[in-house]
Design a protein around this ligand. Sequence first.
Ligand SMILES: [Zn+2]
Length: 380
Amino acid sequence: MFGFRHWQTMHILVSQSDARPYDGLEHEDSPYNAVNDAGLAKQDQLEGLASWLLAHELSHSWDGKYRRPAELYSKPDYQGPERTSLLWVYEGLNQYLGMLLATRAGFNDAAYMRDLFGTLASDLALTPGRASTPLVDTATQDWVLRGAPSAWSSLRRGQDYYLEGALIWLRADTIIREQSQGRLSLDDFLRSFFGQHDTPPIVVPYTRADVEASLSAICSYDWHTFFEQHIYQVNSQPPTDGLEAAGWRLVYNPAPNNKIFYDYLPGVATYYASASIGLMLEKDGTIYDIVPGTPAYEAGLGPSMKVVAVDGHPYSPEVLTESIAHPPNGKVSLIVSNFDTVQTREILYAGGVRNPHLEPIPGRHDYLSEILASRAPAKH
Ligand SMILES: [Zn+2]
C-alpha cells in the first residue's frame, strides 16, 4: 500500500489479557496493541480488532510517525495544549487505512465492512451537533473530548475526526478514481506522501498545504475547497457522499447489522436503537446515550437511567427489539430506574426496527468493492 518502509525491524507488540482489555499506541517500528483474553482467538472479535486496532496501529508507522503534522512535532515547549487540528489526517486517514488493510488482508470481508460503513454513516448522520460544530473542532478539542463522558455526545460531538475522517477520505479516494478513469487511487497518494523511499525511523513533518499539494500532484482537483467544505466549515449534511460516489447508499431495515459490538468492554453501548426510537444501551440496560429529537428523547429518557422492564417484562435486548418491532398500542412502555426513583416512560413509535445497511445504487460504478478487494495471497 505504501511501497516503502520506515523501520529496520518491525515488532508488532500484542498483549492479550482481560487485565488490560483494549489499548493501542503507535510507534514507528513497534506498534503496541492490547486485546482482551479472547481478542485473537474469536473470529468475530478479531475481524473487528484487526481494523480498529492491529492494522490501524501498524499503518500509523507511516501516517503519524514517519509523516507527522508539523504543528504537533515542532512544539516550542510543553506549555499550553497540543495543537491537534490535523488529526483528520493523522487519525481520520489512518482510520480509513486500517479498515482497508484489514479487509484487503482477509481479516474480514466487504460485506462486513459495508455494515460497518453503514453504521458509522448512520451514527454520524444522527448527530445534531453537526449543525453547529465543524469537524475540525473535534480534532482541535481532542485533548478534551478523549476523556469526555458519553452523555449527549451527539449534541457536543465526540472524536468524530476518526470515523467521519475515514468517510471523507473514502470520498477523496473515489475522486481520484473518477478523475483518472480508474487508473489511479488514494494508494498512489499514499506511496508519494507516506512511502517516498525506505528510511530508518525518522520524522518528516507536514502541513495542510503539503497534503493538498501532494494530492494535486496525483490528481488535479480543488482539494483545498474540498477539505474546507468537509472539515473546516459547518457541514450539517450526513457524511454519505463518499459512500454514494463509491456506489452504495445508506438504508434502514430490520435485518441485523453485523457490526461488531465490543460487549467485552466496560462502559460502551452494546444495544443500538439510535435510528428507531433513538437510544443506545449498555449491556446491563443502562442508557448509554439518547439522540435529541427522537421518540426516546420526547419520552423524557436520558443517559444513566437504567431500563428495568419493557411492556411488563424484565428487560432483555430481545424483549426491547420485539417491542420496537410491534409496540403494543403504538407505545414502547419502559420502567426505568433513575437515581433512587423508579419511573414509567412511554415511547410513541410506529417505525419498526431500523438497522443501518448499505445497498447498491443501480447503475453506479461499484468503487467500494474495488477498494476493499482482497490482496491476500491465495490460500492453499
Ligand atoms: Zn490512531
